[in-house]
Write a protein that binds this ligand. Structure first.
Ligand code: SAH
Length: 254
């Protein structure tokens, strides 16, 4: 076993699993993504090699970048290094984890997946939004809003009919179109929406809005957008640093 595909969680290094921290502290090579908090690398050995393969828009095609990452992981593993491939959130939630596992196993290398807290569930949770709640929502759907250029990209009618919690990742850019299509498909324009930018980091920002207003509010990536009745809970914990930050100060102690 020489490659560990580790979920880093949504931001704060404290949200890495104990198993993830253990392998990270033994790694010879750590291959990281853009969404991984640099503070997490303090857990690595001082002499570990850190390779940043963060993908920036326009830095080459996604497929080329991914092939290069796969080759790097295979080469390092063959060279006998203990490799940790650290990915934001959970490696298998819109993280191309499966592609890296397939590339490694096809090349005859062994790989172990260590799950992480996905931003889809953990970021709303930290902001006070339960993604399911008895009597409010018993369905949880997580979708990517990344390739929503054409109108058939998401099954809007099905999503609107579920009447549960809809979590949108990578959806900041196309949020206006997604909201409009969901309303056209029958979703109530007054449906609560909670958006959390840079969740679980020191500059987290929360925006409470509605489906009708989602396209108009100021929002920057990376953000998790929660659509559904449960989003109304976001106010309960208050803004970070705001009047109810005492609760967060208490949470920081535990
Ligand atoms: N594997 C990751 C998701 C990768 S897709 C996971 O399980 O969390 C990248 C998207 O995840 C971003 O566009 C954003 O929608 C969301 N995301 C990841 N980290 C986030 C964070 N700290 N705060 C808000 N959104 C985040």
């Amino acid at each position: 076993v020489s490659v560990f595909l580790v979920g880093a969680g949504p931001g704060d290094p404290d949200l890495l699993t104990l198993r993830g921290a253990r392998v990270l502290s033994s790694a010879d090579v750590v291959v990281v993504d853009r969404l991984v908090d640099p503070r997490m690398l303090e857990l690595a050995r001082a002499d570990a090699r850190i390779v940043d393969v963060g993908k920036y828009p326009g830095a080459g095609s996604a497929a080329e970048d991914q092939a290069a990452i796969n080759e790097l992981l295979i080469a390092e593993s063959r060279a006998g290094s203990l490799v940790v491939r650290l990915k934001g959130g959970d490696p298998n939630v819109f993280g191309r984890g499966a592609e890296e596992v397939a590339a490694l196993t096809d090349a005859g290398e062994q790989v172990v997946v260590i799950p992480g807290i996905t931003s889809a569930i953990g970021v709303p949770g930290l902001a006070g939004i339960p993604v399911t709640a008895r009597g409010e929502s018993s369905v949880l759907t997580v979708v990517s809003g990344h390739r929503v250029d054409d109108d058939d990209a998401l099954p809007y009618n099905a999503l609107a009919a579920l009447d549960g919690t809809l979590v949108l990742l990578m959806a900041v850019e196309h949020r206006a179109r997604i909201a409009q299509r969901l309303i056209e498909a029958g979703m109530d324009p007054r449906t609560p929406v909670g958006a959390i930018e840079r969740g679980a980091t020191s500059d987290e920002r929360r925006v409470a809005t509605t489906l009708a207003e989602l396209g108009m509010v100021d929002l920057r990536a990376p953000a998790v957008i929660v659509v559904g009745a449960v989003a109304a809970h976001m106010g309960a914990l208050g803004q970070r640093g705001g009047p109810s930050s005492r609760l967060e100060a208490i949470a920081a102690l535990v």
